[in-house]
Write a protein that binds this ligand. Structure first.
Ligand code: HEM
Length: 500
């Protein structure tokens, strides 16, 4: 009587025996299941199989650049590694040759959009606009105004005043607490300088400045946070972390503040006489002009991108200066020799070979964008290094892996600015062994402005003070949108007596 055929069980078993092999066949391919439909047609780059459905996302952990570097080593896939991020096929280059093919190839001139970037209006700004006429127009306008050599030279007065302000803050913190937390000083200075270039000096009140700083901070958190919707086509269904909702709210705040500033500038009609970025955008001839909402997107992007990355890089450099007192002393000696008692200026920097080498070496060991921040998107099927890259693939360059590769760099982990005296390496994008600003048509348009600022401020900080620390400096990392120091640098600054 108990001998009923277990029909439901048999049914389940037969269904599974049919579907499981299909499932495993789709999943167990190099690079994981986003690659299964391509694996028959052409060679796919080697890479980890990863998890079902999620692909390699769970493998990455908090320091994705390090994990990706070790994965590409263990899969012998430095030139190109295939992965799945959810259903999205991904390739990662950890080699200068394939990095050049990706960054400079016409097939990779778009970026995959993150939901958060779209909601924060960045699709209408330079960074995420698809590489069509609008994007070219924006890059041209920015190159001719915000980033032109003339504008960069004109902003020296501002950058110099901000440097004085920072030194002043350092002195006050030393007097009040006996130590300096440089991050706060640098972030404040960096924002002041960016706001000055974009809106003109003294255009923002204390309250508005604070509001803008808060908005940049919140934007960083939102763009840096992981959002499942970026890797699965689930429409608006998945907003587990509330990122979408917060982005929309932030975009409203940005529009309100920037809209007000634009309106004020228009009604005062002073823009034709000023040469901050906002005034230049408002003064564009009719056929080139941008709508107000596009102006807001572009201004917001400049503040957002230009502020943190400069502060983050300088904090790393100063950590190295405290950690290597002999290198700091050499940089100071160079300043004393070539500049003497007066304050260092932009025009001195070409003579300061050692100082420039320090900045290069810091960009090598601590690239603010170890994965070049925002990836590229294959807009058509293309081959890289004989491997097929289907349209829609996310392509990343692990610059951190390249700059730490012992077959490219001698003693890759050592901080040795002198290495650039033996062989000078350009960092502006032509040499893919060290391209912290990316390369190709989407290379960072702010790289000269960023470097000019970092050189001047670093020179001032070293010229004016001796820097030491009571506690060992910790170089541990935290990867958000940029690669930051996990523990803020706490140091001591002693003003130098330069009247000798
Ligand atoms: C030390 C400072 C900086 C570093 C390390 C840096 C790094 C980068 C990197 C790696 C990219 C991606 C390039 C690529 O895909 O090939 C980029 C793009 C970009 N950066 Fe920078 N950047 C810095 C400073 C700045 C500054 C000061 C600004 C603006 C004020 C800026 C604005 C931009 C913009 C708008 C893009 C998007 C370009 C496009 O997609 O066409 N950056 N940056």
């Amino acid at each position: 009587a108990h001998n009923h055929a277990p029909w439901p069980f048999l049914f389940l078993l037969s269904t599974l025996s049919l579907t499981l092999p299909l499932f495993f066949a789709a999943w167990l391919v190099p690079g994981g299941f986003a690659w299964h439909k391509y694996s028959g047609n052409a060679p796919v780059a080697p890479g980890p199989i990863g998890w079902p459905l999620l692909g390699s996302l769970p493998l990455l952990g908090p320091l994705a650049h390090r994990k990706l570097a070790s994965l590409s080593k263990s899969h012998r896939a430095s030139r190109l590694m295939a992965l799945s991020f959810g259903a999205t096929p991904v390739v990662v280059s950890s080699h200068p040759d394939t990095a050049r093919e990706i960054l400079c190839g016409a097939a990779f001139s778009d970026r995959p959009t993150k939901v958060s970037a779209r909601l924060l209006m960045f699709e209408r700004a330079i960074g995420f606009a698809p590489s069509g006429e609008y994007w070219r127009h924006l890059r041209r306008i920015a190159a001719g105004s915000m980033f032109s050599p003339r504008r960069i030279a004109a902003s020296e007065t501002l950058r110099s005043a901000v440097a004085d302000g920072m030194i002043d803050r350092v002195r006050r913190e030393m007097e009040e607490t006996g130590m300096v937390v440089l991050r706060g000083v640098l972030q404040k200075g960096s924002l002041e300088s960016m706001v000055g270039s974009v809106f003109g000096r003294r255009s923002l009140g204390e309250v508005e400045g604070k509001e803008l700083a808060d908005m940049v901070k919140e934007g960083y958190e939102l763009i840096g946070s992981f959002n499942l919707g970026d890797y699965f086509s689930l429409g608006g269904l998945l907003d587990l972390y509330g990122v979408g909702r917060r982005c929309k709210h932030l975009a409203l705040r940005v529009k309100a503040l920037m809209g007000k500033l634009i309106e004020e500038r228009r009604t005062h009609g002073e823009f034709s006489k000023q040469d901050d970025f906002l005034s230049l955008l408002l003064a564009l001839p009719k056929e080139e002009s941008l709508s107000d909402s596009d102006i807001i997107a572009v201004l917001w992007e400049m503040i957002f991108r230009g502020t943190d990355v400069v502060a983050i890089l300088l904090e790393w450099i100063m950590a190295r200066m405290v950690l290597h007192p002999n290198i700091q002393a050499k940089a100071r000696e160079e300043l004393d020799t070539f500049v003497g008692d007066r304050s260092v200026q932009d025009s001195d920097v070409p003579k300061l070979r050692y100082l420039r080498a320090i900045v290069k070496e810091a960009l090598r060991l601590h690239p603010p964008g170890p994965l070049l921040s925002w990836a590229r998107l294959a807009i058509q099927d293309v081959h890289v290094d004989k491997f097929l890259i289907p349209a829609g693939t996310t392509a990343m360059v692990n610059m951190w892996a390249i700059t730490h590769d012992g077959s490219i760099w001698k003693d890759p982990w050592a901080f040795q600015p002198e290495r650039f005296f033996e062989e000078d390496v350009s960092i502006l994008g032509s040499d893919l062994r060290l391209s912290p600003f990316g390369s190709g048509r989407r290379v960072c348009p702010g790289r000269v402005l960023g470097l000019t600022t970092v050189h001047l401020w670093l020179a001032r900080l070293i010229q004016q003070c001796n820097w030491t620390a009571n506690h060992p400096v910790q170089l541990s990392e935290c990867l958000r949108l940029s690669l930051e120091m996990k523990k803020p640098l706490v140091c001591q600054a002693v003003r130098r007596d330069r009247s000798r």
